[in-house]
Design a binder for this molecule. Structure first.
Ligand SMILES: *Cc1c(COP(=O)(O)O)cnc(C)c1O
Length: 359
């Protein structure tokens, strides 16, 4: 079976050495030395000022909303993973969808202002498949209406905009380090901000708001990353350049071969594709379903990312209809992409798609 993605497993002996260190120290979690080492190395690798590691990417978003004291309506994108919307609803916020740009698959900045009301407190865009949003336009809308901007940057590990990490834009950006992501810590995530005070507040929040053995300074939760997760992160980070190069090669192979048969997401002109995903757009849903079935017959399992469009979720009022997002969601398929995917498999995938598209 060829799945859409496979968790990257680093050198086992290296991981075991870290585990031995954990056993020797007896320090399993709570800001351990491996976590601190990973934070330092990630800040340097990504080129960001403050990075706070947390238990998962959903917690990263929830902590971000809480730290910015959001209340009311939040304008977000309907074309994303379910967590972008569910974390908002979970925190008692009301997601309001602005439709997407059908070329970039990102929130369309020209659609944001029409949804701003007196209750709007923030914008939560997603750098979809790692593609940088129009961060400057979004910031100018936020400034004009005094709104916070939190980027769900779960896919944007290593993604750059005008020569710097795209994570440096907005009030906060969050990453997911789930096993299936480009960089992972089994489960994990991070909160990134340029604001030192905010970073301090977040560090307190993820550990119950506790400042000492007998002092609870503020409201907090438990969103900490443990040492075993950090150890996995340190091992994967050692191999990140190889991982990225191999993904890049696979993406280029797909792109070169399918360019005239399918539509490809239009990347931000100020950034480069980080090959976190391999999405292709078919001309209609019927064709997508035919190809998906044929791939599955051959043991290849692509995924309909993102489907369904989040404006259709049953737990929301269901009053919004985002035409572009629903259309793209019905036609997009993410092809297998992971470091050890061999070229024979890629050829097989390509030949199945090509044989059908020719008819
Ligand atoms: C993976 C993902 C998340 C959630 O991250 P977890 O670490 O799985 O909690 C949030 N947003 C997007 C866009 C994602 O792809």
């Amino acid at each position: 079976m060829i799945p859409v993605t496979k968790a990257y497993l680093p050198n086992k002996e290296k991981y075991q050495l870290y585990v031995e260190r954990i056993f020797e120290s007896g320090w399993l979690t709570n800001n351990g030395s491996l976590l601190q080492e990973l934070e330092r190395r990630l800040a340097e690798y990504l080129g960001v000022k403050n990075i706070i590691l947390v238990a998962n990417g959903s917690f990263a978003l929830q902590v971000a909303y809480k730290a910015l004291e959001l209340d009311g309506e939040v304008i977000t994108t309907p074309f994303s993973f379910a967590a972008t919307t569910s974390t908002l609803a979970w925190e008692g916020l009301t997601p309001v969808f602005a439709d997407i740009d059908p070329n970039s698959f990102n929130i369309d900045p020209t659609q944001i202002e029409r949804w701003i009301t007196a209750k709007t407190c923030a914008i939560v865009p997603v750098h979809v498949f790692g593609n940088p949003c129009d961060v400057e336009k979004i910031q100018s809308i936020a400034d004009k209406h005094n709104l916070k901007v939190i980027y769900d940057a779960a896919h944007a590990f290593g993604s750059e905009y005008k020569g710097q990490s795209v994570l440096n834009f907005g009030d906060i950006s969050t990453l997911s380090f789930h096993a299936t992501k480009l960089f992972h810590t089994i489960e994990g995530g991070a909160v990134i901000t340029n604001d030192d005070e905010l970073a301090k507040k977040i560090r307190l929040m993820i550990n119950f708001g506790i400042t000492g053995p007998t002092t609870v300074e503020s409201l907090g939760t438990n969103a900490k990353m443990n040492e075993f997760q950090a150890a996995m992160g340190l091992c994967v980070l050692d191999e990140i350049e190889t991982i990225r190069r191999q993904r890049e090669e696979i993406w280029q192979a797909y792109k070169k071969s399918l360019n005239h048969l399918v539509q490809i997401q239009q990347w931000n002109e100020y950034g480069e594709n980080n090959a976190a995903y391999a999405p292709v757009l078919f001309s209609n849903e019927e064709q997508l379903l035919i190809i998906e079935a044929k791939l599955k017959e051959s043991g290849i399992v692509p995924r309909r990312y993102f489907y369904p469009s989040l404006d259709t979720l049953s737990y929301l009022n269901g009053e919004q209809f985002c035409k572009q997002s629903r259309d793209i969601a019905s036609r997009v398929l993410c092809l297998p992409i992971y470091p050890n995917l061999d070229f024979k498999s890629i050829e097989k995938i390509l030949s199945i798609i090509k044989s059908d598209e020719k008819k």
